[in-house]
Design a protein around this ligand. Structure first.
Ligand code: SF4
Ligand code: SF4
Ligand code: SF4
Length: 284
């Protein structure tokens, strides 16, 4: 995105939402000991036991694992399913990809929240809290379509993968989906351990993987990182996001502007809008 386009973005966002006033929170560089999951798509068989474990862990409706029509289309997560597995057929090979909130190291959703209802925990996960006022800025700011809103609830929440933070991680347990995976397609550890593991798998089997760890650098780094046998844009990943965290990108343009706290959410909104529009155009 060039400077002119970005300034246009600022105009779009500010015009729509000027007046909102968040506190700006930047998590900075990814921490080497942040909780991290490595998803190895070469190992995933699409059994969806991770979906089932996630639903159970979050008291959500159990998915019907016998329904194979779910693979007929690309699914997104929802307020009823915090993780979903999609299937891509690439040159006769089936590749399955589990998706959920990526738990960005410096997250657009956290920076866009007016009341700090989305919080970066010290161990790395991004948690939602009940002081949320339902503005849904986080939904438009997120480049990964992570947060979902309970539109049909009398007391709606923002729902997304919790990283099983409060229910399992703080007790020293792995996320429920990681524990349920029968193929060890999901590995849990610190960021430095998982990056080392990913590099070692690529080095030991260079023909089995592309030499790219998705999430090592994208949007400044994410806490869910991926390995793939094919370029990531072929299995549904956005490769147009750059390596700068969204909150830093907006702040970089505006560090001299008085009252920056007032306009960051509109900027994130505009950035996400333009980025998504470009992504949709590229897909057409
Ligand atoms: S993927 Fe979206 S919802 Fe999840 S941490 Fe990143 S910006 Fe927030
Ligand atoms: S970490 Fe927990 S909430 Fe997130 S996808 Fe896995 S089971 Fe679901
Ligand atoms: S449980 Fe493991 S193998 Fe099964 S779909 Fe989920 S990530 Fe893939």
């Amino acid at each position: 995105m060039n400077r002119r386009t970005f300034l246009k973005t600022m105009g779009i966002g500010s015009g729509i939402l000027l007046g909102a006033g968040p506190r700006i929170i930047h998590a900075g560089e990814p921490l080497p000991d942040a909780a991290t999951v490595l998803v190895d798509t070469t190992r995933c068989i699409g059994c969806r036991l991770c979906e089932e474990a996630c639903a159970q862990a979050n008291s959500l409706p159990a998915p019907d694992l016998s329904d194979l029509t779910v693979f007929d289309r690309k699914r997104s997560t929802s307020e009823a399913a915090l993780t979903v597995v999609n299937r891509y057929t690439i040159e006769d090979a089936e590749i399955h990809v589990k998706t959920q909130c990526m738990h960005c190291s410096d997250a657009a959703c956290v920076s866009s929240c007016l009341v700090n209802a989305l919080k970066k925990e010290k161990e790395g996960p991004i948690s939602w809290h009940t002081n949320c006022m339902g503005c849904r800025y986080c939904m438009v700011a997120c480049p990964f379509d992570g947060p979902k809103f309970e539109y049909h609830s009398a007391a709606p929440r923002i729902l997304k993968c919790t990283f099983c933070y409060a229910t399992r991680l703080v007790k020293g347990q792995k996320p429920a989906c990681v524990e349920a995976c029968p193929m060890e397609a999901l590995s849990f550890g610190t960021r430095s351990e998982m990056l080392q593991e990913a590099r070692s798998r690529i080095a030991n089997a260079p023909d089995a993987y592309v030499s790219h760890i998705y999430g090592e650098h994208e949007v400044g780094g994410t806490s869910w990182i991926y390995l793939s046998p094919v370029p990531f844009d072929r299995i549904g990943f956005r490769t147009d996001l750059g390596t700068t965290p969204y909150p830093v990108l907006t702040k970089g343009y505006l560090k001299t502007v008085h009252g920056i706290d007032l306009i960051v959410p509109p900027l994130l909104f505009g950035l996400a809008y333009l980025s998504r529009r470009k992504h949709d155009k590229d897909k057409d």
